[in-house]
Design a protein around this ligand. Structure first.
Ligand code: BT5
Length: 243
């Protein structure tokens, strides 16, 4: 990344107004690049990469993608909501809209940060706070390549079109995305195994708190609130449960 961050990403159709979209052919991690310059970069800076040599998920896990195949991008937002999870929800919902608009793919969400097709992961979102007033939200979305067992949009889709549609959809989100998030969250009403550092929890995901915590009723009927964990969807939503 040069002193000017990276090259402006040229495309035939303009980017949605208000976003400064940059492109670098290869870097370590777009989240790290924007985070390193969080103090100086303006709100709405977007960095996309053709390849990441150190793409990250949560908890230091790797995000895999071969060069040139997928959407790998991070968005810098100033004056974020107090809960960075709110931005995960907003970017995830924008990604769902973008997949529908660009590829005709109906994606849904899995708590806390996955975009899925069926039960296969299509995209992951990672929000990181860098100062009290800056959050960088990264998304890796499989377009031309996916690892075994994961989903992708397809070879005929241009990652730049997905990003443009995502940014446009983000701009259109209502102030309160709670209802849209609940409607898109496939986890609600399903049997889940929540894998956590202090052990697995199996039960039914019954609700989502306004602060983003997942409510799970376990086998003994106890209600548990989960802030951090990985969810595996088990049994399907039963008839009459909320969507
Ligand atoms: C995530 O983490 O899902 C968030 C991924 C965010 C990646 C973007 S790319 C642009 C920006 N720059 C970065 O460095 N990061 C962001 P998590 O929930 O921890 O899931 C990580 C797990 O997903 C891995 O341990 C693998 O099991 C799986 N995984 C890795 N690559 C994948 C892929 N391309 N498709 C589906 N699953 C993948």
């Amino acid at each position: 990344m040069g002193s000017a961050l990276a090259n402006a990403w040229e495309r035939a159709t303009p980017w949605p107004a208000g976003w400064d979209v940059r492109f670098v052919a290869e870097t370590g991690s777009t989240n790290d690049d924007l985070g390193a310059r969080a103090a100086e970069l303006p709100d709405g800076t977007v960095l996309a990469a053709g390849h990441q040599t150190a793409g990250r998920g949560r908890l230091g896990r790797r995000w895999e993608a071969p060069p040139g195949a997928n959407l790998l991008a991070s968005i810098l937002l100033r004056r974020p909501p107090s809960d960075p999870g709110e931005l995960v929800r907003r970017v995830s919902l924008a990604a769902v809209d973008a997949c529908r608009a660009v590829a005709g793919v109906e994606a849904r969400l899995k708590w806390p940060n996955d975009v899925i097709v069926g039960d296969r992961k299509l995209a992951g979102v990672l929000a990181e706070r860098h100062a009290s007033d800056v959050v960088v939200v990264g998304i890796g979305l499989n377009v031309g390549w996916a690892p075994d067992g994961a989903a992708r949009l397809g070879d005929d889709v241009d990652p730049a079109d997905v990003l443009a549609a995502l940014l446009a959809a983000f701009d259109e989100l209502p102030a309160d995305v709670g209802p849209a998030y609940r409607a898109a969250l496939d986890t609600l009403g399903r049997g889940v195994r929540v894998e956590r550092a202090d052990g697995d929890l199996v039960g039914t995901a019954t609700d989502i708190e306004p602060d983003g915590r997942l409510v799970v009723v376990d086998g003994e009927g106890s209600t548990r609130h989960v802030s951090v964990g990985d969810v595996v969807h088990l049994w399907p939503r039963s008839r009459g449960e909320p969507p």
